[in-house]
Design a protein around this ligand. Structure first.
Ligand code: RUB
Length: 362
């Protein structure tokens, strides 16, 4: 692993260090994870989030579990299961734990040798995500160039929801990867950033990333996208995904579905960007069968921000007597999706195309 430009890295004692995504953009703080339980906690409380990165932390979590149990298989398996169950929707988490545990069980190693093997594998999973992210960047920027050429545009407006940048998948994200690449290619690009209530991953994380990269952007309230699309102010919508079913139905942060409906109504291309590890080939119908996380109502009840003196404060924004409901994700049906942007190129959101492009993984 390279250094601190990623959302996670190893320290000299081979502990996992992560950027604390709960306190961005107001503070830049790191958290050191030394045990499997630390990894579970970091995933549950969203110190780390985003499908790719929670998969990476899960992979390292299995390595940390092996280190603390000295590779005793039944103890390791119990901790691995805890990691596997830390969040329900993003499938990269289960995918990474299964890959680590299959390797462990087939290796016939134990003790330090097994720990070393699992460390190597967790690094490999993260490094592979970098390569995937780079490919997604290139294919996505090619699509942006094609659209600009065919429509004679000299400036490009993209709308994105949630955060699918390098905080969500190393090294440049999924949905944001083509935007970073477009900027490198000299394209005049502007991003509409959905605030993404209730946890504000757009307003807090995507805006922070885009500022760091010097990319022109505007944060908008979640309900603004439809209006912008009706008035030709959006040329493309692109989001990441947490789980994509075999039929192309795609789970992503709550509110993505509404953006897809609006894009369809206005003839605007709507892309989902994902690495192959975000496919759930065993779920045939995403709308019916993808499990949707329900999180604490407090995430809807309270908002965090800077007060006028520059101090971080949390505020209650609904009456104390009211209850709130907090679905973390929704599923965009495949017919609303123009294409799935993967490390292997563009794929139709259909069972046939997904099966054809990824048959070696199914
Ligand atoms: C994250 C989210 C992101 C995808 C993208 O939700 O919905 O859009 O995870 O991930 P949360 P990736 O903040 O609740 O984890 O970039 O890895 O495809």
């Amino acid at each position: 692993m390279q250094g601190k430009y990623r959302a996670l890295w190893l320290d000299d004692d081979k502990n996992l260090v992560v950027l604390d995504q709960r306190v961005l953009p107001f503070e830049e703080k790191i958290v050191v994870l030394t045990t499997a339980q630390d990894s579970v906690e970091a995933i549950k409380n969203m110190t780390v989030r985003g499908a790719g990165v929670i998969g990476n932390v899960a992979g390292f979590g299995v390595y940390l579990a092996c280190r603390q149990t000295n590779g005793v298989m039944n103890e390791l398996a119990i901790l691995a299961e805890e990691i596997r169950e830390s969040r329900p929707t993003a499938v990269n988490l289960m995918w990474a734990v299964d890959r680590m545990m299959n390797l462990a069980m087939n290796s016939k190693l134990y003790g330090q040798e097994l720990t070393d093997l699992l460390l190597e594998e967790a690094i490999k999973i993260t490094d592979e995500d970098c390569v995937r992210s780079e490919k997604i960047a290139e294919y996505g920027a090619d699509i942006i160039e094609e659209i600009m050429l065919s429509r004679g545009l000299d400036k490009f407006n993209v709308l994105t929801h949630c955060n699918a940048g390098w905080l969500a998948i190393v090294d440049s994200g999924t949905a944001l990867a083509p935007i970073y690449e477009a900027k490198k290619r000299g394209i005049d690009i502007h991003v509409w950033v959905d605030e993404t209530r209730p946890r504000n991953q757009g307003a807090n994380l995507t805006a922070w990333e885009l500022n760091k990269a010097g990319i022109d952007h505007t944060v908008i309230a979640d309900n603004t996208g439809g209006h912008l699309m009706q008035h030709h102010m959006v040329d493309m919508v692109i989001t990441g995904a947490d789980r994509v079913a075999r039929n192309g139905d795609s789970a992503n942060k709550i509110g993505t579905y509404l953006k897809a409906l609006s894009a369809k109504d206005n003839g605007i291309p709507f892309y989902i960007a994902l690495p192959a590890s975000t496919f759930d080939f065993n779920t045939l119908d995403g709308v019916q069968d993808i499990p949707i996380e329900i999180r604490s109502e407090n995430e809807v009840k309270y908002m965090r921000g800077l007060d006028k003196d520059g101090n971080v404060q949390e505020f209650q924004i609904i009456p104390s007597e009211s209850s709130a409901l907090n679905y973390g994700f929704d599923v965009t049906p495949s017919w609303l999706i123009t294409g799935l942007l993967t490390e292997r190129g563009l794929c139709d959101a259909s069972t046939e195309s997904i099966t054809e492009m990824f048959k070696d993984l199914i």
